[in-house]
Design a protein around this ligand. Structure first.
Ligand code: AMO
Length: 428
């Protein structure tokens, strides 16, 4: 007998036999009747047991995987207007132990440490699952937008010989007796792969040995990386970023409408042209001193408010950060090399994306490494690639967890991460 999902149950013909599989979400035994709510990947269904019916022996406890074979029966009070009656309930595994948090309640009412300690079960809660559905839909939108624009998906090594972003927050590992690092980003690989594919993207884990406990940093996160060749300048990269974010939003509407509804998400509109500020203007708007080298979180919040007030936009691009304070591969502004052709995208007052046009000439790399006092050897295999013809190029990286945290209004990035890694947490 074919399995009916709980979402398909409302379409079942009343009186017909149906077979559900799922977890016991809720079990309520009343004097004259018992209700079993079965949860599967598509939702919930109600199963009704009357004392004279052959449900079998005792009902399995909550969270036990079960199979229910019974009769589809119309009942306006049941979810979707159809319930299952006259059931035979069969446990598909041992009776489940009582979860640390009651998953049948409409909301998970436990503190963050408890939720994270029991993540393997707390993610089963329908509201929690919906959060990840937003992430999954965003990933599909990211990929499909780029697939439709001539990009090739790549995967680069996560065990590497040098730091890409800065030496400070890198995890060292023992690689057959010599030091290696967990990749902080696919930066070097995506750039050299422009020399092969012109346009590449990667979705993968990156590692940052973040020494501080903040609500916006993880030690491992999912980076959505893009790199494209044959560009004029970084504004072309910003245009690509705009389309990618619009594709992620469209995919959320298309594939995760149920999650948007369940969580009451305010999905952002992506303007045709993102508001853009030069770093100098951004400092002024944020009320920061003109010689600040970077934007602090409070400045980003101020810029988020400015973008909403002035442009009705959840997004604002800041470009032209001081070259000396950006990664060494950033391209300086040819008109005034004090400033760089780099940018950040701020989404609802939080940095969501960093990107830039990159250096693409070998000599520029050698000179920049020297000026910054970096040794050549750890970068040799990367920098050598620029001797063999890499076109002008640029790209960006979106932090998946920050995106979902901002979408859902989560106060802490850990709330939207399946199994977060941070200063204190290596399990589950
Ligand atoms: P950057 O280091 O700014 O740039 O990272 C890009 C984006 O990744 C997210 N992010 C983080 N998310 C969670 N925890 C962290 N510890 C963390 N650190 C960063 C943010 C950030 O905007 N190679 C460049 C990108 C490029 O130029 O293409 C890079 O990694 O959302």
């Amino acid at each position: 007998m074919r399995r009916t999902t709980t979402a398909e149950l409302p379409q079942a013909t009343p009186g017909e036999p149906v077979r559900l599989q799922g977890w016991v979400h809720r079990c309520r035994e009343l004097a004259t009747v018992s209700f079993l709510v079965v949860r599967d990947r598509t939702g919930l269904a109600q199963v009704v047991l009357r004392p004279d019916e052959p449900a079998g022996t005792e009902l399995p406890p909550e969270e036990t995987p079960v199979e229910v074979v019974g009769t589809a029966t119309a009942n306006p009070q049941a979810p979707g207007g159809v319930e299952v009656t006259a059931p035979v309930v069969r446990a598909l595994s041992d009776p489940a132990e009582t979860p640390a948090v009651e998953l049948w309640r409409p909301r998970l009412d436990a503190g963050l440490p408890t939720l994270l300690d029991h993540a393997a079960t707390t993610w089963r809660h329908p509201r929690q699952r919906a959060v990840w559905d937003l992430a999954a839909a965003s990933l599909q939108g990211f990929r499909s937008t780029l697939d439709g624009s001539g990009f090739t998906e790549v995967h680069s090594p996560k065990l590497v010989e040098s730091a890409t972003e800065s030496g400070a927050n890198v995890f060292e590992v023992d690689y057959f007796g010599r030091p290696a690092y967990l990749a902080q980003s696919p930066q070097f690989y995506k750039q050299v792969l422009v020399g092969v594919f012109e346009r590449v993207y990667e979705v993968g884990p990156v590692f940052r040995a973040e020494p501080h406990d903040t609500v916006r940093h993880l030690a491992e996160y999912v980076s959505l990386d893009v790199e494209l060749g044959f560009i004029e300048d970084h504004h072309e990269v910003v245009d690509c970023l705009r389309d990618v974010v619009a594709g992620m939003v469209a995919s959320i509407h298309e594939r995760a409408g149920h999650a948007v509804g369940k969580l009451g998400i305010d999905v952002p509109q992506v303007p045709e042209k993102l508001p853009v500020l030069h770093f100098r203007e951004a400092l002024e708007i944020a009320g920061a001193p003109a010689d600040e080298p970077d934007l602090a979180p409070s400045h980003e919040r101020a810029l988020g408010e400015w973008a909403m007030a002035e442009h009705g936009s959840d997004f604002v691009v800041v470009h032209g950060y001081p070259t000396a304070h950006r990664a060494f591969y950033s391209h300086p502004d040819p008109d005034d090399p004090h400033w760089s052709r780099s940018f950040d995208l701020i989404f609802r007052g939080l940095e969501l994306v960093s990107g830039a046009q990159r250096l693409h000439r070998y000599d520029d790399y050698v000179r920049t490494l020297e000026e910054r006092g970096y040794a050549y050897a750890p970068y040799a295999s990367y920098v050598e690639a620029f001797r063999r013809g890499i076109p002008p190029h640029g790209g960006f990286a979106i932090g998946l967890e920050r995106w979902v945290a901002r979408l859902t209004g989560a106060a802490n990035i850990r709330e939207v991460t399946l199994f977060p890694r941070d200063l204190h947490r290596l399990a589950p």
